[in-house]
Design a protein around this ligand. Structure first.
Ligand code: ADP
Length: 405
């Protein structure tokens, strides 16, 4: 798997760009990520640990082992159509499960390409099963035949899957939305803070569940920070996904584009100021928009409560660190959160008290390693973590054996 993904990274990266609209460079990066994930879990298959412990009864031995869960339903979104299925399918197979893979409606070609490689890599017949179609029609049918479901998508769909799955006591792992905050304190390195904000909020057209959406900025650095971000935004090259100069590709489809424009209207009506957000005409058809930054916003506004999933972020001005932390945690979500500061005291306090699964210090809220756990709290996630060694928790079930030899 890893070898073929690596050797075809240019071609598959281009396929991702053509199908989803991410830049070719991001597409290639995603294919490399998928290859790394398969390589990592190939090793994990041989490292699944067990335990042997003394019993309270003489002459009895106790062994704790992990076994496959069975058939795992894997339901995935369109924003990382190769990497997300890879980080679910790789541990599923490494730990001995069969898979029913239901990709997003918008990205069938990427899903087919990945499944084709899996089949040719020698997975036995019936172990990896690709089913295409509308989630609303297939979802319930999948839930009826699986032992576990790993889902990434919207909170609404996640809740629906959870309520159906629980009737059959199906094991669940749900990764859903975010409203990820980035705190910028007065003592931050301005260049790092601007990089974190622009990368986190706008790259990949803001279509990442870990994207920065609420930028909480202390008043002493506020004006310099907003001016620098606005300047960087003006120089961002929005365009065709296959043009090598492009930094931000088009929005994935009309539905998402209309939703983004609707949130711009909502923000304008709520009284926020705005930089950017203009609709752009490309040389070819597509849903191109300039990234947008709302300023002078409050955390109570809808633009700061609901996940937008586009290249749109807000600045919330604050007086001090304590207020920033309170606002950062005042959300129904808890996936990723970041802080830009040169103070160890504030960085450590943030790390310990932010209510999120991922905490980033002087780094963007998005952009993760493949070998460590990924997941969030509150409405962002449900069930065991994905990725790294922690993936074994979901893709295996524990057996405790008592033996009198
Ligand atoms: P998005 O808004 O990103 O499209 P969704 O949560 O609607 O997010 O979609 C994520 C995945 O969930 C897709 O593969 C979609 O087909 C699937 N899906 C949508 N509705 C259901 C459902 N009722 N049951 C199971 N899967 C669903």
């Amino acid at each position: 798997m890893a070898r073929e993904l690596q050797s075809r990274r240019e071609e598959l990266g281009e396929l991702l760009a053509r199908e989803e609209g991410k830049t070719r460079a991001d597409g290639i990066g995603e294919v490399i990520r998928a290859a790394q994930v398969f390589q990592f879990f190939a090793g994990e298959a041989l490292r699944l640990p067990g335990e042997r412990v003394p019993s309270i009864r003489p002459g009895v031995e106790v062994e704790i082992t992990r076994e496959p869960v069975g058939v795992v339903g894997i339901i995935t979104p369109w924003n990382f159509p190769i990497a997300i299925p890879a980080w679910k399918i790789a541990p599923a197979l490494a730990f001995g499960n069969a898979v029913i893979f239901k990709p997003a409606e918008l990205t069938p070609a990427s899903a087919w390409a990945l499944t084709d490689i899996l089949h040719r890599a020698g997975t036995p017949p019936g172990v990896v099963n690709l089913v295409m179609g509308r989630g609303s029609q297939l979802g319930d049918a999948i839930i009826q035949v699986v032992d576990a479901i790993s889902f990434t998508g919207s909170v609404r769909t996640g809740r629906r899957i959870a309520s159906r799955a629980i009737e059959r006591m199906v094991k669940l792992q749900l990764e859903m939305g975010g409203k990820n905050p980035l705190i910028v304190l007065d003592d931050a390195d301005l260049e790092i803070a601007v990089d974190c904000a622009v990368n986190g909020a706008f790259y990949q057209t803001g279509q990442r569940c870990t994207a920065t959406s609420r930028i909480i900025v202390q008043k002493g650095i506020h004006d310099r920070f907003v001016a620098s971000v606005a300047e960087r935004m003006r120089s961002l090259r929005v365009g065709h996904a296959l043009n090598s100069a492009t930094e931000i590709g088009p929005v994935v489809d009309r539905r998402q584009f209309d939703s983004n424009l609707h949130y711009l209207e909502i923000g304008d009506h709520e009284g926020a100021s705005r930089v950017g957000g203009t609709i752009l005409q490309g040389e070819t058809p597509g849903f191109y928009m300039q990234p947008a930054l709302f300023t002078e916003t409050s955390n109570a506004m809808r633009i700061n409560r609901e996940e937008i999933f586009g290249p749109i972020a807000s600045v919330i001005p604050v007086d001090d660190f304590e207020q920033a932390l309170e606002i950062a945690n005042d959300t129904e979500f808890g996936l990723s959160a970041g802080i830009c500061t040169t103070s160890l005291k504030y960085a450590r306090h943030f790390q310990a008290n932010i209510q999120s699964g991922l905490a980033m210090v002087n780094l963007p809220t998005a952009g993760l390693d493949f070998h460590v756990p990924f997941g969030g709290r509150k409405a962002s996630s449900y069930g065991p973590r994905e990725q790294g060694r922690y993936a074994a928790e979901f893709y295996t079930t524990v057996k405790t054996s008592y033996v009198r030899p």
